[in-house]
Design a protein around this ligand. Structure first.
Ligand code: NAP
Length: 317
């Protein structure tokens, strides 16, 4: 996949811009500082969505913010000095009536959402347009067909999927060249090294964009306070979040994490994680710590998962 985000050069750490627009979001100047600091530190991939907002009336808050931050840097979307260009990935397919998260994968809704995102991001073509989540009310391939047409018309440079299974991703690729998959991959899932969608993306050359890599805003504090994880961090000489992100980077060369940040300090720490070298023993300790985090799959569930993967591969080796 030539235009898959992990192949575009730049730092192997993106910015998830969502916390800049949801409840508890920072004031606008502070939010703009987070995006600009990311670019200063070499981040070249920013993940946003039209639905990153308080509610329907606020739709597009995050996209407008990201566009304003980049424009205000004078670098536009970057790349003019020979450095890798900053790429902004957005999504369509979710709506926020009354602040709730609902899906809308109707082709006409996706087209309208994409056109609105083009205007808000103030670009002629969206770098990466992701289908936010399959809509149970709309046949999946009808939604994907809408993305395929947007690609054909040049409104989007590349298409990605989010919240999909391997089977859905495979089916979508029959219709459109998909370059990325964005699914949840929380720290408590990192005890495993063979995660089907991650392994599949690696084999097919697609970027895997793990969301909630630190457990999501509601859980991050508890995760980072975990004593086993803190012990690994102390041994390595970095912060617990950096251990998790470094472990994630080890999972597959096509993984590009997109930790969210509403504070510059969080972002700076995530960027530092790209320089954290874990020895084999430290990596094993980190995975063991992840495996015992609350929320991690129990041993019987892990064994059942392994057995079914072994059987799917036809058994043996
Ligand atoms: N496709 C989807 O359905 C979907 C769903 C959820 C999220 N996403 C995307 O994925 C991104 C990441 O997910 P997320 O934001 O929900 O969860 P997350 O990255 O696991 O957690 C974000 C929280 O972790 C804190 N944090 C980040 N880096 C840190 C560090 N190095 N040290 C200490 N704390 C750190 C931040 O705190 P501060 O806020 O205090 O800086 C932030 O609020 C989102 O921003 C969004 O772009 C996509």
């Amino acid at each position: 996949m030539q235009n898959a985000p992990h192949r575009m050069g730049g730092l192997r750490m993106g910015l998830g811009a969502m916390p800049l627009s949801l409840k508890g979001r920072p004031e606008r100047p502070a939010a703009l500082r987070v995006v600009r600091r990311a670019v200063e530190l070499g981040v070249t991939f920013i993940d946003t969505a039209d639905a990153y907002a308080l509610d329907e009336a606020d739709t597009g808050h995050n996209e407008v913010l990201v566009a304003e931050a980049l424009r205000g840097m004078g670098a536009g979307f970057g790349g003019r000095d020979g450095s890798p260009r900053v790429r902004v990935a957005t999504k369509g397919g979710m709506i926020r009536p009354g602040g709730r998260w609902e899906r809308d994968g109707r082709p006409e809704a996706l087209r309208a959402a994409c056109e609105a995102s083009l205007r808000r991001l103030d670009v002629e073509r969206i770098d990466l347009y992701q289908f936010h989540a399959p809509d149970p009310e709309v046949p999946f391939l009808e939604s994907v067909g809408a993305l395929s047409r947007l690609l054909g018309e040049g409104k989007v440079a590349a298409v990605g999927l989010s919240n999909v299974t391997v089977a859905q991703a495979r089916a979508a690729r029959e219709l459109v060249p998909v370059v990325s998959v964005q699914n949840r991959l929380a720290p408590w899932e990192l005890g495993e090294t063979d995660i089907p969608i991650v392994t599949w993306c690696r084999r097919e050359g697609l970027t895997f964009l793990p969301y909630a890599p630190l457990g999501g805003s509601g859980k991050v504090e508890g995760v980072l306070a975990d004593p086993a994880l803190q012990a690994v961090a102390a041994q390595v000489g970095c912060a617990p979040a950096e251990v998790i992100l470094a472990t994630l980077l080890h999972l597959s060369p096509t993984v590009l994490p997109i930790p969210g940040a509403s504070r510059v300090e969080s972002l700076e720490s995530s960027v530092r994680a790209t320089g954290v070298a874990l020895s084999a023993a430290e990596l094993a300790d980190a995975r063991r710590a992840c495996r015992s985090l609350p929320g991690a799959p129990s041993l019987p569930r892990r064994l059942a998962g392994r057995a079914s993967r072994w059987l799917r591969r036809g058994g043996g080796g």
